[in-house]
Design a protein around this ligand. Sequence first.
Ligand code: NAD
Length: 478
Amino acid sequence: MSNNYQNYIGGRFIEHSSGDQIEVFNPATQAFVGAVPESTSEAVNAAVAAARQAQRGWAKLPAVQRAVHLRAIAAKIRQHVDRLAEIITREQGKTLDLAKVEVAFTADYIDYMAEWGRRIEGEVITSDRAGETIFMLRKPLGVVAGILPWNFPFFLIARKMAPALITGNTIVIKPSEETPINAFEFAKLVHETDLPKGVFNLVSGRGASVGADLTAHTDVNMVSFTGSVDVGMRIMSSASKNLTRVNLELGGKAPVIVLDDADLDLAAKAIWDSRVTNTGQLCNCAERIYVARSVADELTLKIATFMKSTKFGDPLKQSGLHMGPLINKQGLQKVDALVQRALAQGAELVTGGRIADLDEGFHYEPTVLINCSNNMEIMHKEVFGPVIPIQKVSSLEEAIGLANDSEYGLTSSVFTRNLNHAMQACHALDFGETYVNREHFEAMQGFHAGRRKSGIGGADGKHGLYEHLETHVVYMNH
Ligand code: NAD
């Protein structure tokens, strides 16, 4: 791994003129990992100009040929799974196994989007007039800016890039300040393929400068953002000045409803899995549990047993871990503050509840809280850590009411063996996704989209792909 990273603009790695850098540290050890350019507006302008220049030629290529380029990138990624996984783990802190899954999934995702090369469809509509055909062309938007968070940093490049490119757009990616290095490794692999220059560009930098510049840029046609609600709102406000389209994948506070007829082993394992995977730093993982009063103790015991068995530590030093550290000190302090406030408000600790006593790294003890209630912050604010707050409910209706009482509306889950209850919940839950009797984690052919403050628009599948196209109607008199 090189420590000399340069922005990737117009098919070239370009020496950054200001010389300022963002330093990246390993959250498990606080050791220095590398440094990337802290770019200026100049780099943003150059990247957007390169993307703009490349876009017409790229859009003219038949989509099946664009697909060949995408598949070449996926193939490159597959040749380097272990190396890339180690880089992701070193700067982000997830386990190596999860990082390998992330890299493999990234390649699969790119291939999946490449399949759409033969499936992008327009429409023909009957006209009111004789001798006229009305048809709708689907055209690329132009230049897409992809602004990324740090939790699945490598996969999210593909989630932005692949649907944009297959539909004939070009892209400028800005990775998170926390995890930019894997993105530069991604760019290096792109560079080894024959992808036309300027189709994929990468500029690193701070959100308040590079991110804001991209968002406000008059030559960007869509800002595709994944991250927090606060930044999403700022992006929308800034993009509105040019009426730039936005696609916002924001935070979540996923409720999990467990009814008295549920398979409690299945539910407990899925809840645990969701809270330790990526150390609970997932937008769609179980953030609050609503369990039927009669099975609450049994479920709590099962979840607590799983949580107590959780192995955590430095994923590059120990194998077989379930989770690594949180991303940084602020993340750790935020999780602990939410837990302490919940305890002060009357929640009861079953296990965990404190910063882990390890020599180094931002580790939090896997935590289970009971006696939680919806007036506690922990049931409303995104925790983004290995914490499971549990609240007892008396009916499905009560659980649904509490679940919907949130500013977030990304994902939700229901565990029940009763089909009527499951269907009732699916209709009543006001969320973009519901998982029934299964673990969290969306499919690439689905549609990942949030209601309320969880976002605007969505990603994945046909519907995510079509967000990268606009409709041009032609009235053909013949
Ligand atoms: P964040 O919002 O702090 O940062 C995300 C990106 O925005 C970074 O690249 C940052 O540099 C940039 N940014 C910051 N200020 C900006 C500005 N003014 N203009 C433009 N860009 C700016 O989020 P994070 O802490 O990196 O990620 C965690 C959040 O992401 C969580 O809330 C999580 O739920 C959410 N997330 C959502 C999904 C989803 O699919 N809905 C997926 C993953 C993560």
